[in-house]
Design a protein around this ligand. Structure first.
Ligand code: GDP
Length: 361
């Protein structure tokens, strides 16, 4: 296979940052944009995650042609729906995190606060690259918002004093990041993306700057994380986001698949309260499209297989004691089963689980 034929999977994106700085609002805006701009038939909703297809990123980033190249090799971006570092800490995989890249949301008028600084420490520790979304630019006094506009164009239409105010705020973020050992710059002044953290001014409320944010996430991941994003055909690897009892389905697990292919016929191995659980998949489930809602009582549709990266619900016997945060491996033969068992036992011995089985403390 030549270099250009390598198939890449969708990067997994997490959103972190201080409470009230706008994580949920920004994610909602991104999800809303994906729903409105997707091609007919394209799915955006997964379990615990939202998919933004490349077709959407290309449409949204069209006005940036020439500034940020928008020729996409990745199929899109998979955003984890729940922001914040509690969930992020459950997204562990051997040697790091399931997240490929993070958006660190900061209220531009307030700067980095305690939780953002904690988030940066966690990202540093897990070696997850990140962008800074300098949010709430519409709250800069005198800002004249242009709904869903690129930052580049909206910024140019502001008065000189507003432009200066924004740059002062960005400069303060640059200084704060320098104190934490990072070189950072406003994204359009970054020459070397491997050495500088990009700061993207945005508004989750008006959508300004979203084109740049999406284009940069896509561009940077496909350029610098190519090896990590290479799609593999092997057995699936995942991590459990949540354990839930669902009407008509019994106990189910919501899983992020970050590698390989998950098939309905697979045997899965995962961590439980009383040790390793080995079980056979009953159903792999995705949210049903709206028009099917009345037909499926649970609101899910069953699929035969899915490739990473994806967020799915799995129903199977014996999931009552499954643990959120546990790794999940497919193991269809004895050798793989032994290997998976060992990996999960290792993982279980490393972390302290909460007694109520909802996750790791
Ligand atoms: P989270 O705690 O980080 O998830 O923050 P939220 O998304 O809940 O936002 C906190 C508050 O800030 C809410 O009242 C939002 O409406 C408001 N907010 C979030 N983003 C923006 C923004 O870009 N502009 C303005 N003006 N308000 C925002």
């Amino acid at each position: 296979m030549s270099k250009t034929e390598v198939r890449l999977r969708q990067p997994i994106v997490v959103v972190l940052g201080h409470v009230d700085h706008g994580k949920t609002t920004l994610l909602d805006k991104i999800r809303g944009t994906a729903v409105v701009k997707k091609e007919p038939g394209e799915m955006t909703q997964e379990v615990g995650a939202s998919f933004v297809p490349s077709s959407v990123i290309e449409k949204v980033a069209q006005p940036l042609k020439g500034i940020i190249p928008v020729k996409l090799e990745i199929p899109g971006l998979l955003f984890i729906d729940t922001p914040g570092h509690e969930l992020f800490s459950n997204l562990r995989r051997r040697g790091g995190s399931v997240a490929d890249i993070a958006i660190l949301v900061v209220d531009i008028t307030e700067g980095f606060q305690k939780q953002t600084i904690e988030s940066i420490e966690i990202l540093k520790d897990k070696k997850v690259p990140f962008l800074v979304a300098a949010n709430k630019i519409d709250r800069i006094p005198g800002w004249r918002p242009i709904e869903n506009e690129t930052f580049t164009k909206s910024f140019r239409s502001q008065s000189q004093s507003v432009q200066k105010a924004l740059d002062n705020y960005v400069y303060k973020l640059v200084m704060q990041l320098a104190e934490m050992g990072f070189n950072a710059e406003r994204f359009d002044r970054v020459r070397d993306f491997t050495r500088y953290v990009s700061i993207v001014p945005v508004s989750g409320k008006t959508g300004e700057g979203l084109p740049e944010l999406l284009a940069l996430l896509a561009g940077l991941t496909q350029q610098y994380l190519k090896t990590r994003l290479r799609a593999v055909e092997g057995p699936a690897k995942g991590v459990i986001l949540e354990v839930k009892e669902e009407q008509g389905l019994g106990h189910t697990i919501d899983v992020i698949i970050y590698d390989g292919i998950l098939r309905k016929s697979d045997t899965i191995v995962l961590g439980g309260i009383n040790g390793v659980i080995v079980t056979k998949i009953r159903n792999i489930l995705l949210p049903a499209p709206l028009q099917d809602m009345r037909m499926t009582r649970s609101g899910y549709r069953s699929i035969d297989e899915i490739s990473a990266a994806a967020g799915v619900k799995i129903s199977a016997p014996g999931l009552e004691e499954a643990l959120a945060g546990s790794p999940l491996y497919v193991a269809n033969d004895e050798a793989k089963l032994q290997e998976a068992r060992k990996l999960i036992e290792e993982e279980l011995s490393k972390v302290r689980f909460s007694k109520n089985s909802t996750g790791i403390v």
